[in-house]
Design a protein around this ligand. Structure first.
Ligand SMILES: C[S@@+](CC[C@H](N)C(=O)[O-])C[C@H]1O[C@@H](n2cnc3c(N)ncnc32)[C@H](O)[C@@H]1O
Length: 211
């Protein structure tokens, strides 16, 4: 294994635990801290629905599907395909739907929101980094805004949200707009984020649906 020595702690852990990417530990930490998914699988009924944007290669999807344990439903979307390398058939399960598409495409928005309403909406979607922080932050803001539009359209009253944003221009305004929509709102940077990364997550619990 030529690249083995170059893998960091989280990538090695992901390899050992059967996840295609280290990013799963960010979701695990957020879930442990905020209780995004029910701890007790007995509390998950057929009506429990999750929407995940920017899902490839599929670590978060696998984490969620393992926690759902055949109950509830997960709809996921990404421009790129999922990796089936370690999914053990979970991506072919009846409680999973994957759409390979751009989350900005109107027909994708219509198709995904029609599968709701959702108890939980997550977005780990991120632009391919250009190295230019201003450009990357601006693209990340557009993606986060798109995720919030899904939330406005299809998050259940009382539902939860977890959306990645890049800290930088526009982040404070977005946080200010989003905070009042939830009973509890925080920004949180998991330890599994690379220290050089300027990403953070907006977490909202108890969505106050206006209609
Ligand atoms: C950090 S990765 C997500 C990793 C994933 N959470 C996991 O654990 O496997 C970010 C993803 O966002 C996706 N993405 C970025 N812009 C997108 C868009 N407009 N529509 C759909 N997916 C997008 C990328 O293709 C990429 O796969």
């Amino acid at each position: 294994m030529a690249n083995y020595e170059k893998l960091d702690f989280w990538s090695l852990k992901a390899q050992k635990e059967g996840y295609p990417a280290r990013s799963v530990y960010k979701l695990q930490e957020i879930d442990k801290k905020f209780g995004l998914l029910p701890k007790n699988q007995g509390q998950i009924n057929a009506d429990f629905k999750v929407l995940e944007l920017g899902a490839a290669p599929g670590s978060w999807s696998l984490y969620i599907l393992r926690k759902l344990a055949g109950r509830g439903f997960l709809a996921a979307c990404d421009i790129s395909p999922l990796s089936h390398r370690v999914d053990a058939g979970l991506f072919d399960g009846q409680n999973f739907f994957f759409k390979q598409a751009d989350i900005f495409a109107p027909d994708t928005q219509t198709e995904l929101t029609a599968q709701g309403p959702f108890n939980l909406i997550l977005s780990d979607a991120a632009p391919s980094t250009s190295g230019g922080r201003n450009l990357d932050t601006a693209r990340s803001m557009e993606i986060a805004r798109a995720a919030l539009a899904y939330s406005d359209a299809a998050l259940r009253s009382g539902g939860s949200l977890c959306v990645k944003i890049f800290q930088g221009a526009g982040a404070a305004a977005l946080i200010k707009e989003t905070r009042p929509k939830f009973n509890m709102f925080k920004t949180f940077k998991p330890e599994a984020c690379r220290s050089s990364s300027f990403e953070t997550y907006m977490v909202g619990l108890g969505f106050k649906k206006r209609f």
